[in-house]
Design a protein around this ligand. Structure first.
Ligand SMILES: Nc1nc2c(ncn2[C@@H]2O[C@H](COP(=O)(O)OP(=O)(O)OP(=O)(O)O)[C@@H](O)[C@H]2O)c(=O)[nH]1
Length: 459
């Protein structure tokens, strides 16, 4: 059973007589006729032709622009609203390079032996006695409570966060159906436009419209209402049809290394911080690597997240070689049997070549230590930027293979339709979504919750 039927199949029948002015008979006639047509005339099956897509030419200049998408991001660490851990948390980031959450039974006590070796420079930096005196108290119970969430609560969160995107779809479709009653070419042109405006992507919009054109002819559909359900059904089933893996590739045995890439301000560091807290709460030993050495503020911000989540962060001063930070982090992770290493990288190098070189170097360092790592290369994208995010995904995919997307700020976006576009046209799975700034607002991507949250008002 397809995703659409699983989610809306029953509802489709129940509501036919109420909300949806679609004739049940006509609707099933359409489906039946299409089925027959497909069975009987496979050879003549309407082919979905590849349409030329308007893709902007990508130049180094455009990468630089991309890289500067949000230069206004400040060095401010994290929102004050963050209700994280507890008031007992006392944090001071010193010049020393490792931040050690201490005095919680479940956390590791830091000793002088726990040192990060400088790779090439070989200047060992020890945690001083002074550091050991600093009290960083993580309220593990509070952390656990934050992550205890039922499926109903999660679905509600999706629903709330998709309010603006849902409105984009509802407004667009309602206007379309109000303006067009008969199925003619003008309706299809407008439908394509509506889908594009809903950020589902040009490819998907064209495919859906083209298929509907053929099917409408086939069943001799007269009223646009006859096609209403079919449109959503097509979008959902195409999305579902990709069958991309949405779960993060955590190794059952040994260290899992996740590399995070993305332009500044999209929510990379926040995503890493939230994920670290989640894994920590699951009892995993988590290490962060601040390989975004481009800006001191970025390092501090990751350190701050490390404090909040009670996990250690490997850093070097701003301007250091990011690959050296990764090397240190890997050495530490292996020597001390960590389960998860999350690596923050910079996405704002001057041009694509530099970005590629840096990521290549980091990749080499990782592979030398763990040949099958990184197990994930996650691209963080800001959902509020709509098609710009798609462009960024194309750019980064050209630089390094992306295994998953972390789509942030979906809660404040009216352009959540880009999830469909990312999956359908880029064939990259969305694995994480950000539904707010709080620690537990990072969710694994659940396509059922997402699709229901998007279309429930339209069916
Ligand atoms: N509403 C909302 N805000 C978010 C979400 N994720 C991140 N943010 C906010 O987005 C802002 C930027 O996030 P960062 O994590 O600093 O972004 P970054 O990509 O690491 O940026 P640099 O450190 O400059 O590279 C912060 O104010 C976050 O609180 C989300 O899912 N929803």
């Amino acid at each position: 059973m397809g995703l659409f039927d699983r989610l809306f199949g029953k509802k489709k029948q129940e509501e036919t007589n109420h909300d949806v002015p679609v004739s049940e008979n006509q609707s099933s006639e359409i489906t039946e006729a299409v089925k027959n047509e497909k069975e009987n005339e496979t050879a003549k099956r309407p082919e979905v032709t590849e349409k030329p897509v308007k893709v902007e030419k990508v130049t180094d200049e455009s990468v630089s622009k991309m890289i500067d998408v949000k230069p206004e991001i400040t060095d401010e660490p994290v929102s004050e609203n963050e209700p994280i851990i507890s008031e007992k948390v006392e944090v001071e980031v010193t010049d020393e390079q490792i931040v050690k959450p201490e005095n919680d039974e479940k956390l590791e006590k830091i000793t002088d032996e726990k040192v990060i070796s400088e790779t090439t420079e070989v200047t060992e930096k020890k945690v001083t006695d002074e550091d050991e005196e600093e009290e960083i108290i993580i309220d593990i119970d509070a952390l656990a409570n934050i992550f205890t969430q039922s499926r109903e609560e999660t679905e509600k969160k999706y629903e709330q966060s998709l309010t603006l995107t849902r409105k984009t779809f509802s407004d667009g479709f309602n206007e379309l159906f109000a303006n067009f009653r008969t199925v003619d070419e003008e309706f299809f042109e407008e439908l394509e436009e509506t889908l594009i405006m809903s950020d589902v992507g040009v490819d998907l919009a064209m495919e859906v419209t083209e298929e509907l054109r053929k099917e409408a002819k086939l069943v001799n559909a007269k009223s646009t209402d006859d096609l209403r359900q079919l449109i959503i059904e097509k979008i959902v089933d195409k999305f579902d049809g990709e069958k991309l893996p949405t779960k993060l590739d955590i190794q059952s045995d040994g260290l899992s290394v996740f590399l995070f890439v993305g332009v500044n301000g999209v929510g990379k560091t926040t995503t890493i911080g939230k994920l670290a807290a989640r894994y920590k709460n699951e009892g995993k030993k988590v290490l962060l690597a601040a390989a975004d050495t481009f800006r001191a503020g970025a390092i501090d911000q990751l350190v701050e997240w490390g404090n909040r989540s009670g996990v250690e962060v490997v850093t070097k001063p701003a301007g250091s070689d990011p690959a050296a930070v990764v090397f240190d982090a890997l050495a530490k992770a292996k020597a001390e049997n960590y389960d998860i290493l999350l690596v923050d990288t910079a996405g704002r190098l001057q041009n694509k070549d530099n970005l590629m070189k840096e990521l290549e170097k980091i990749g080499k360092v990782i592979k030398r230590e763990i040949p099958d790592a990184p197990h994930e290369t996650i691209l963080a994208l800001d959902a509020t930027t709509g098609q710009n995010a798609i462009q960024q995904a194309k750019e980064f995919s050209a630089v390094t293979p992306i295994t998953g997307i972390a789509l942030t700020k979906l809660d404040g976006s009216a352009k959540g339709g880009i999830v469909l576009s990312i999956v359908q046209s880029l064939k990259i799975p969305v694995k994480l979504i950000g539904l707010g700034e709080k620690l537990n607002d990072l969710q694994d991507f659940d396509e059922e919750f997402f699709v229901r949250g998007l279309f429930k008002e339209l069916l």
